[in-house]
Design a protein around this ligand. Structure first.
Ligand SMILES: [Mg+2]
Length: 126
């Protein structure tokens, strides 16, 4: 069965980086990618579609990742969200998890493949 993935990040490089790694990690599965480059775009998509995995940046224009999580929580929308951040801190992990994020990973350049696999494993997606 195909896996639908929403990539939310204001950096095109980050979106492309994840899209490039995932086919090899989720080998043999058909992947359907969608992208959003800010929080408002992400919410427009998340209000009408459901995705198997959502990668969500925290620092973005329009609405931040925190605001996206809050808006989804307010509306009672559940999504399998992996938060991406360049600035990993226990406090921000606690906040995003309390707002419903299922995974939390550090954004590195190039993308850390092991970290990506670990977070997908934790979410039982591998
Ligand atoms: Mg950003």
């Amino acid at each position: 069965m195909a896996i639908s993935i929403l990539l939310v990040d204001d950096s095109k490089f980050v979106r492309k980086g994840i899209a490039k790694e995932l086919p090899d990690i989720l080998r043999g599965r058909e992947l359907i990618f969608s992208e959003a480059c800010n929080g408002n775009e992400a919410l427009e998509l998340l209000y009408v579609n459901s995705y198997d995995i959502v990668f969500l940046d925290l620092t973005m224009p329009e609405k931040t990742g925190y605001q996206v999580l809050e808006a989804l929580k307010d509306k009672g929308i559940k999504a399998n969200i992996i938060v991406l951040t360049a600035d990993v801190q226990p406090e921000s992990e606690r906040i995003v998890r309390s707002l419903g994020a299922a995974g939390y990973m550090e954004k590195q350049r190039p993308l850390n493949r092991d970290a990506l696999m670990k977070v997908l494993q934790e979410m039982n997606l591998l």
